[in-house]
Design a protein around this ligand. Sequence first.
Ligand code: NAD
Length: 477
Amino acid sequence: MTGLAQHYIAGLWRDDGAPPRPSVNPADDTPLGRYIPGNAALADEAATAARAAFDDGLWAASPRLRAQLLHEFADRLAEAKDDIADLVVAENGKLRSEAMGETMAGISESRYYAGLARNIRGSMQEMAPGQISLFHREAAGVAGIIVPWNAPVTLLVRSLAPALAAGCTAVIKPAAQTPLVHARVMQCLAECPSLPAGVINSVNENGIEVGQAMVASPLIDVISFTGSSRTGRKIMEGAAATLKRVGLELGGKAPSVIFEDADLDLAVRQLTHGSLAIAGQMCAAAARFLVHDSVAADFAERMTAGLKAVRVGPGADPASGMGALIDTANQVRLMRLIEQAGDEGRMMLKGGPLETGAFLTPTLFGIDDVRSPLVQEELFGPIISFETFGDEAEAVAKANATVYGLAASVFTRDHARAMRMSRAIRAGTVWINAHLRLFAEAETGGYGQSGLGRLHGPEGLHDFLETKHIFMEPGVA
Ligand code: NAD
């Protein structure tokens, strides 16, 4: 599996002669291919192409063409799904089932927004007899889309599909860790007969130069960013100079609250997957187990056994239950955090590396101090804290005790309590007796420092639309 990931600007694949860099498989360090790093000048060129395609006006006024493109894209993703899933496994390290799941989710998302593209409507109001105001929902302009490495297919489509459906044109910047996956997905887009040149452009990263240039560009109207809260803050600062709109899907520290009446077997099943999906490198993964005192010992025993039983190994091996981390730098960073967890808390299951590759087995540690950075900060790996509570009020207080508010789950058989908890927890998504259930139709987004705005669902369009008031004086010929 080899390849060279280039830029795609104004309908052409571009290689400006910069020395290519390697992309490697985190499971075994083998080289997979190379990518051409970008620069600020290429980002400006891409923004100029996207601006011209938008200002031309036809794209933004052609909802059926936009729907057609999104269907063609979904068709091509479907044809290439095995190739793409293999490449995601090789370049990201996740399980084949996770890679196929994210590819299928991208196809579903593209078809969903193909439907919505034909249903963007404004409204009308009569202000006084014969005085009519129209409220037109129109495309916000050029969208800059910055994609992370942990789900490079789904998280691209999650921003790109609503942007295109709304009538925006786009400049995309993939993550430097997954350029080959991105180039394969871009190939699917480039092959679509309905794609006008300049509507979608993509420039590979070089450090943070390309992302910064996009955020600063006066030609880009909206930034749709998925990544860490730390970078989200920088993007908001950078966007202030041009007063750009920003949609931010940021970090999380999802608590899972387990009450005394919960089905503990169900909770263990849901949370084993819920905490270890993509080796815990998922914004909405369960990162904190909050357990009622009366079932803490029982749940601890079952959960530890559940995590221990997960076989960590290459994503391509069907026997693996959890794949590799994104790279060895993250493996080293997480191993330091495991030592810190042993010092500050009670080690319940200590994770460690395998003989080779960027692997790390799961860690569960008990901790009482909610102010510890281990509880407060996103760790982004297979390391979960185990905390306890005595009553519902304490559960709510602890669940809301971090700056994040992306997602949470509640395990109980008491429906009234489940509804109370779902209202009291300040997070964009609350799952009841489940964890990590995501749908193209269902909005996701953050409270607090987990972000601004929503993606997926009808509200996913809002970041990419403006409302224009049009008033016509009556009686003027
Ligand atoms: P990151 O914030 O380190 O980087 C994201 C991207 O931003 C990178 O491609 C980088 O090149 C770019 N970037 C960095 N500094 C920049 C700047 N100043 N201006 C413009 N661009 C800049 O995140 P990551 O490591 O790629 O991804 C992991 C993070 O993403 C985690 O925090 C995770 O929770 C979050 N995430 C959130 C969601 C969600 O839906 N809320 C989904 C997936 C991942």
